[in-house]
Each structure stands twice: as structure tokens, then as C-alpha cells.
Design a protein around this ligand. Sequence first.
Ligand SMILES: [Zn+2]
Length: 432
Amino acid sequence: MNAKSVNRRLFSFIADSPSPYHATQTMHRELSKAGAKELNEREKWNIKPGQPYLITRDDGTLICFNIGKKNSNEFRILGSHTDSPCLQIKPNADIFEKTYHKIGVEVYGGVLLNPWFDRELSVAGRVTVKTEADIIKQHLVDFARPIAIIPSVAIHLDRNANKEKKINEQKDVVPLIGLGDAQHSGFANYLKKQLKKQVQGASVIELLGYDLFLYDYHTPCNTGINNEFIVSSRLDNLLSCFVILSAILSADTQNSYMVVCNNHEEVGSNTSAGAQGNLVQAVFERLFPDNDRRYRILADSFFISIDNAHATHPNYPEKHDSGHNILLNKGPVIKINANQRYTSNSRSNAIFKFLCSEVKIPYQEFVMRSDMPCGSTIGPMTSAKLGLQAIDIGAPSLAMHSIRELTGSDDPLLMLKVVTHFLNRKQLPTIQ
Ligand SMILES: [Zn+2]
């Protein structure tokens, strides 16, 4: 395992996962290949120790677990999220103006909007259709080529653009998808054509609905004079999904583990597929219907929530707490907040630091400036719901929520090392 090969796999994971549904599909494919059996929430389960299982909900959330051959009470639980801030296409998308064909979009999550201008954008997501056989079918769709762009206003027409650029989501963030008029073209028609091209034998009588997102067409790559950095879309939080997936593929089947990758983190998680939904709880209740046994298991378990962390920006060090400089390629970041926006505390941090020292990797500790509000993630929701001892960590990154985000070339490997160790260690460290 070296950084180059890990990053190569990370790049193809991200390229294969332009939407949360595709990310879930990619993980599903890899886990199935490795022998995980799919469970359906509608059916009765017959669970065997040592066998990995996977389950998805609403196409964008995935859980994989193994109750372990050892039948121990200790579940090692890992969490991340499959969604990223982006632009979501409105139901009646078409706008025709001055021969241009534009599509209306809503902003999904906390998008840093400026970098979305002048970029080649594609579209991916899921679509439901009525077929010739008079049934409803769903397909994942990915145009997989640049089909949209949001052009900036030229500097000659907006002399103050470099000084006071304000963006109005409704007026300014309207991608062009071509030239045309209402009579001859429409986004729905292009979508139907794409479905026919992409899905063999797809029959589409009527488009019934879609969840479609614009994404940056360009694939991840290294940058930096010595390839020190990784630049990519959706590093938040596909980097963490990738780490979790890679770790679980080599997990010791003697141990009990669960990984959960939730959709909808970027919009508050309050959905059936989100971390405020009941999926993890429901799975635990089905695995261990006896309350006493289940509560003992949860009390003995440990949850690592992984979501990228802010590295200290070299051009804006004043935005960061000067006592907590977070650097790229210097190890996973423990995220700490006095108001419990993160789950990390001295006990869970101690266990994580202990694991890092065992595999000889560095770690860093992040706090927000005291005069700035702190973000949050799935950690507090899942740990509160289940009563889990937990920690929030993440890979250091710059330009979080931009269309291209930055992390260090060694950071995925460093994270993977400690997470793999967490899954495979004979027993979890305890505090005496
Ligand atoms: Zn995130």
C-alpha cells in the first residue's frame, strides 16, 4: 500500500461517483465483488457471523456490516457521507432566452458558487420513467460529457467584478445547455435520448421524475511541483467514503464492524436516508432484537465519523486559530468543538491517538476560531441516536465546498492506515 496506488484508486472512485446514487452504486459494486451479500429492508434477514452484508436506502445511503466470527460485543463503526454541495436541476427546467437554452437549478447545500462559473459541467443522478409495459422504472443516468456551462460576465461589462462580486442564485446561477427554442428542444427530450443511449432496451413513455445534479466534468488529478496535492471535485466527502470502502475490503472477518455512508449530510441529514433517519438504529435493532444485548453492544462500540477538515489556508492564516495549525500531508485531523458540534472528547481522542501511535502516523487537532461559528457533520447525530462513544476526524483540506477541493497526496493513505488498523486490531483500546 503506497500513496500513489491509493490515490489512483481514489481518483477512479471519485470519477465513477458523480452523484450520491453513483457513489452508492460504486461502493455496492466493490463490496459485492468482495463477497458482501445484499439485504433488503422489506425481507426477513438471516445473518451469519463472518459474512459481510450490505444494505442501501433510497439509493444514496449504504451500510455494510459483519457481526464477526468472534461474536464480540465490540462493534467498530465508521461513518461518512455520499453527497457533496452542488446544483440540482429543477423539475420544469427549461428556460429559453435570446436563442439560448438554459436550465433552472437550485443550490444543494453550502456551495461556494464563484468557482462554478466557466467550468465544463455534466449531469448525473436518477430518473424514474413510465415504460411501454406500463410500469414505473428507475435508472441511474450520467451524461458523462460536458453539456452545460455558467458563463461569467466579461470584466469589460462589470468593472467591479474583482472588487465586489455578489452572486444571486436565481439570476446568476443559470447554466446554458445549448441553443434552441421551446418547440424543438427541451431538457426532458435530451434526458430521454440519454436514457435510451445509456440503458439497453430502455423504453420511456413518460418521464415521471428525477434527482439530477450538475457536476464538474474534470477528473481528479495531482498538482504541485512535486505532486504534493490532490485536486478534485467532491473530495468532501468521497475521500472518506473511499477510505472506508478500502478499509472494509480488507477487514478482519473475526471482528464486528459496520460502515455507514449517508446521503443528505450537506442539507442537514433530516431524511430517511440521512444521519437523522433511523437506518443505523433499525439495522442494529434487527441484528440484536434483545434490548439488553443491543445496549451492551452499543456501549462497548466505538464510532469514527470521517468528514474532511479545514487545513490552515496559507493566504488567510487569520481565519484560523493560531494554536491549531492544520497542515496537508501531516495526518488525520481530530475535530473538536466545545459546543459539541463534533463528537470528539478527551476519551475518544485518546483512543484515536493511541491507534495512530500504534501505526506510527501523525495526527492533528482542529478547533475553529472562538469568534467564528463551527460546522458539524454526521458524528453528533449518529452517536446521540445510538449512544455511541465517538470521534469526528477528517483529512485536512483547502477550498472546502468549492467545485475543486484540495488535499495532500499523502492524506488518503495516512487516513486509510489508521482506519484499517481500527477495523483489524484484535480488541479496541480501553481506558482504565
Ligand atoms: Zn462533508
